[in-house]
Design a protein around this ligand. Structure first.
Ligand code: ADP
Ligand code: MG
Ligand code: MG
Length: 211
């Protein structure tokens, strides 16, 4: 599979939602180490909301599928991560023309938009121990692979690996944003919960495309 239709994107994001829901405890435990432990329940709440909406809606464009997914997260989750992950899904397509099919170049365009919007909205950047530490390298990988004649699975696998390396890097960083920042130096050694979610999102997109 090298092109995703509107329905493919919907099914892929439903699978992402299932994965997030199934990872609720894992994400909660990671957040509990240096945060307040609610990241898993927050993400699962957002996933339940967007899965319900995706299931009951008909979509004309890929842009609408992404936009709806993010809007449902923002509406249902609240808090910093509701805005951050909502923006990641909804704002990547904002500047793009309407599409009914995308290949890996299209996916790179969408997630570039996501990354730029998340950085603007949350005023964080690479090295601040947030989900950006996973999203930025994943997007860079998508962009550099856009010119290669790779399958969508290969491209997503590469982005997934870049996201995971970013998660590993967050262990070396002292948190500057969100609740973990109050713990300062104590956050060293622990991976960021939001970055872990980004990795799970890329991993599940890859798994869906691969099957
Ligand atoms: P909260 O911090 O409100 O309890 P969550 O636990 O659900 O929310 O989410 C925390 C995650 O949100 C962090 O691990 C981090 O990756 C991400 N995050 C927090 N603030 C920002 C920000 N300004 N920019 C990007 N990501 C952020
Ligand atoms: Mg919280
Ligand atoms: Mg939290």
């Amino acid at each position: 599979m090298n092109h995703l239709s509107v329905d493919d994107v919907k099914q892929m994001l439903l699978y992402v939602g299932e994965t997030i829901t199934a990872s609720k405890d894992y994400l909660g435990q990671i957040d509990a180490e240096i945060g307040d432990g609610d990241h898993g329940t927050g993400m699962a709440t957002g996933a339940e909301a967007f899965m319900k909406k995706l299931r009951e809606s008909e979509f004309e464009t890929i842009n609408d599928v992404f936009k709806t997914t993010g809007m449902e997260m923002m509406k249902s989750m609240g808090g910093a991560s509701g805005i951050i992950f909502g923006t990641m899904f909804s704002d990547g397509v904002k500047q793009l023309e309407s599409k009914s099919s995308i290949d890996h170049t299209g996916l790179a365009d969408i997630f570039r938009g996501s990354l730029d919007s998340v950085k603007k909205r949350g005023k964080a950047d690479v090295g601040d121990k947030t989900m950006i530490d996973a999203l930025d390298p994943a997007v860079q990988t998508l962009e550099s692979d856009a010119s290669k004649e790779w399958t969508l699975t290969e491209v997503l696998k590469h982005a997934e690996e870049a996201a995971w390396n970013g998660v590993e890097e967050t262990k070396q960083i002292t948190a500057k944003h969100g609740r973990a920042k109050t713990l300062g130096e104590r956050t060293k050694g622990y991976q960021d919960a939001g970055a872990t979610s980004v990795w799970l999102i890329f991993k599940s997109m890859r798994e869906w495309v691969e099957q």
